[in-house]
Design a protein around this ligand. Structure first.
Ligand SMILES: [Zn+2]
Length: 115
């Protein structure tokens, strides 16, 4: 995957340890993360791969920061193939009409109901 920032810099996501990429975990999923860690610490019947995959899924939302201009791009949790761009607002500028729930749980159906 690669995409072009508005400033002209091309961001690539085709290798490991990308210095401008991060992963976001929803605060609603944070307790779930620790539940999986506790499962790993206890006897778990050899289903380690399943637990690791569950942890990996919690960190499924990618985030990128353009190293040239600093704009942020976060995957839209409602459409993972699209990115939402964040540009710093200057005082007096109108706020853009964007998804305001970017940090909601990626696993909405698995949360405890706190929205
Ligand atoms: Zn840029």
């Amino acid at each position: 995957m690669h995409f072009l920032c508005k400033c002209g810099f091309r961001l690539h996501d085709s290798s490991d340890k990308i210095y401008y990429k991060g992963r976001v975990i929803a605060d609603q999923d944070w307790n779930k993360f620790w539940e999986y860690i506790e499962k790993l610490e206890k006897p778990h019947g050899g289903n380690t791969r399943e637990i690791y995959n569950s942890i990996y899924d919690l960190f499924g939302m990618n985030m990128y920061q353009c190293p040239s201009c600093g704009r942020l791009f976060i995957e839209d949790p409602e459409n993972r193939s699209s990115l939402i761009r964040f540009t710093p607002c200057l005082e007096g500028e109108p706020e853009p009409d964007i998804n305001k729930r970017l940090l909601s749980s990626y696993h909405k159906d698995k949360t405890d109901g706190n929205e």
